[in-house]
Ligand binder design. Sequence first.
Ligand SMILES: [Zn+2]
Length: 371
Amino acid sequence: MRSWSLPVGKFFGIQVYIHWTFWILIVWVFLMHAGSPQGVNQGIWGVLFILALFACVVLHEFGHALTAKRFGVVTRDITLYPIGGISSFESMPEKPAHELLISLAGPSVNVVIATGLWIYLSSTGQVPDLSTLNAAQVANLPFLYSLFIANAMLAVFNLIPAFPMDGGRVFRALLGFAMSRTTATRIAAALGQILAIGFVFLGFFYNFWLVFIGLFIYLGAGGEAVFEQTKSALAGLTVRDALMHRFTVLGPDATIGEAVDALLNSQETEFVVADAGKPIGLLTRNEIVKGLSSGGNEAAVSAFMNTEFFIVSPDAKLFEFFEQSSAKQQSVALVMDGDKFEGLIDLENVQEKMMIQEALASRRILHSTGH
Ligand SMILES: [Zn+2]
């Protein structure tokens, strides 16, 4: 997610990024407005408006992030996309009350901004009377009034009860007070998908944008349901349950050529480089290919191995490894019990373990129905 993103600063310990696609939006807005009779000036106003709007989006994300921080949930970063901001949490809040407050905090920020703007605009007599405006005036509403409308819309849109919108999480959290999180997620995801189909349907008759919003919600709702299913399939399992005990260890003087042989002669795609039994690096297919193209067969593996490998304890929850490995974008980890090297774990093992768990669970259901 961080590739091609511009870091714009760190606030309260959270790095804010702008994704490259955001600049497409800026250029598009400029060109759309610059085509109007007022030309370039109008284009600049259009861009300033989008920047002000996205500043409100960043504040919305900080509403989530700072509330999350109070409950011990760490936000890794906030990235701005043309569709809005995305906060990446390192974990998800478990308690319904925490999830409810974290989810409501974002839209509340927009409600506060909209209220502040409304008080300012009405006390200074700047609220336009929409019933007396002609079409050209409606298209050129005052800057702060437009920002007020946009914030009110952000609050309402985000509270639609469908994942990935905040409203989907609010709904799940409310259900979570009465039922398990997995059941709550299933119901909330189903409602989200029904709403999404409704949006797509309405979109064909009224506004085509609704079709895109509907597809976005449909995919988001599905993703959330899969995430929760994974979590419940892995519940109760630890890293030890999916550990690989058989793997090839390379010495620090091994060459890339030897690593290539090991890659071709086994089913393994990652190797531990160890010195006197102590792991000093990890070599995946990527590092082997890189070593081969820039150093050749004779190069030492130690020059190309990844020394910032990811370490997990055998007693860690398997779901935690699953979450962390996607957060760190590393699919393999070394399993260390204190100083003792126990083996390797990768996402493929976790997926296999999950399939086995699901097969066992379906057998259990079959037995319980008496077949
Ligand atoms: Zn939000």
